[in-house]
Design a protein around this ligand. Structure first.
Ligand code: GMT
Length: 381
């Protein structure tokens, strides 16, 4: 198949999933064209069957806001026609789904049929998309997609709850390439980050308010009263300053290390003992799954799709949003002795096995084939 993938090229989970999916499809012999405003961070260069088309929005002085969606639409029309694509797969509804629909209509007027699939990732539904300034467009684009998928049962339910959509939404969970995460802790890295044999906690995110990173710091402050621990923070974002202020106020900065954004966080996460995810809402929690694939247990909130990934008592422990005392108790229960930590490590790796590329990729390929068949049979436009 010849597939166009539209995504955000950033460190966010939706861009990571879209990129890994495209690369895996290309390895299967499909031809994959990425269409976005920058090279996706995990794309790399020189891969067979992989192409990248940059969407460039020129800075015309009339516009206070540059019309990215229109430029993306024009680019989609161009790439579909000239690369003879069979299908578009857009990740994150805003504004990709409506741009794909517009491109589909323009191409239809030129007698070119192109189906598109929309994959919902989370905040496009639970946070941003629900806003009345987006809702009618998102609802329309979902109804008119040739197929819609959601990355968890929870997100599927949220979509029906928050949007007046009637159509079928299929759950295809996120996935990981297990082989990439199969690493043993690096003694040099542990010596650097935990010089006195401390337990290493780690958090990876975009430090947006939805992640409640203040609770990561809060948990760390409480836990260090009971165990020697250090905290690694990977990523960056709007809450960073507040986090720094918080650990300065507690006098814990020497043991809290901000490592910044990383293209391959698993290189550090695999040497840690516990992953902490304190989000207010999380449609899936890809970062937690990546940690589990490194055999690192997870203490998380029990919100959204997280319980579908982090199995309570097996891969980690869950507690209500904002309950820092319960999170601290959970972290202590896992880290208190080597036997407990080892049991959770094994559980984390085992549970990650439910989300391997080998299990998930065929589900996308089958959906692609179905949608293309429906269009050629005239079932869909
Ligand atoms: O977590 C973020 O803020 C980034 C966001 C994104 O769109 O990149 O992540 C969402 O999609 C990921 C991949 O499907 C999910 O693993 C995350 O749970 C989801 N984030 C939220 O729902 C907050």
């Amino acid at each position: 198949m010849r597939i166009g993938i539209v995504c955000y090229p950033t460190f966010g989970g939706s861009g990571v999933v879209a990129t890994e999916l495209g690369l895996a499809l290309a390895e299967q012999g499909h031809v994959v064209h990425f269409i976005t405003y920058d090279r996706p961070v995990r794309l790399g260069t020189g891969r067979a069957n992989v192409f990248y088309h940059e969407v460039r929005v020129s800075d015309y002085p009339l516009f206070d806001y540059q019309p990215y969606e229109l430029v993306l639409t024009s680019k989609l029309v161009d790439v579909v026609k000239h690369e003879r694509l069979d299908l578009l797969h857009v990740h994150y509804a805003i504004p990709h789904a409506s741009a794909a629909w517009m491109a589909q209509q323009i191409l239809r007027a030129q007698n070119v049929r192109i189906p598109f699939i929309t994959t919902l990732h989370g905040t496009d539904i639970t946070l941003v998309g629900r806003d009345p300034s987006f809702e009618p467009v998102i609802t329309f684009a979902m109804e008119h997609s040739n197929a819609v998928t959601a990355v968890s049962e929870s997100l599927r339910g949220d979509t029906y709850r928050h949007f007046p959509v009637k159509r079928d939404i299929r759950v295809i969970p996120n996935f990981i390439r297990l082989d990439r995460y199969a690493r043993t802790p690096d003694p040099a890295l542990r010596a650097r980050f935990a010089p006195n044999g401390e337990r290493l906690l780690v958090h990876v995110s975009n430090f947006r308010p939805v992640k409640r990173v203040q609770d990561v710091i809060g948990l760390f402050d409480e836990l260090r009263k009971r165990l020697p621990v250090r905290l690694l923070l990977i990523g960056d974002g709007p809450e960073r300053q507040r986090m720094e202020t918080q650990c300065r106020a507690e006098g814990t900065c020497d043991d809290v290390l901000f490592l910044g954004k990383m293209t391959a966080p698993e290189e550090v996460v695999a040497s840690c003992d516990l992953f902490v995810l304190t989000s207010e809402s999380e449609s899936f929690g890809l970062a937690a799954l990546e940690a589990m694939a490194c055999a690192v247990p997870v203490v998380s909130t029990d919100t959204g799709g997280t319980p579908e990934v982090n199995k309570h008592g097996v891969s980690g422990l869950l507690s209500p949003v904002g309950d820092v005392a319960a999170m601290t108790e959970n972290a202590y229960a896992i880290l208190k002795d080597d036997a407990s930590l080892q049991r959770f490590r094994e559980g984390a790796l085992h549970e990650a096995g439910r989300f391997t590329l080998e299990r998930i990729l065929p589900q996308y390929e089958a959906l692609y084939a179905e949608v293309i068949r429906n269009v050629s049979d005239g079932v869909h436009q």
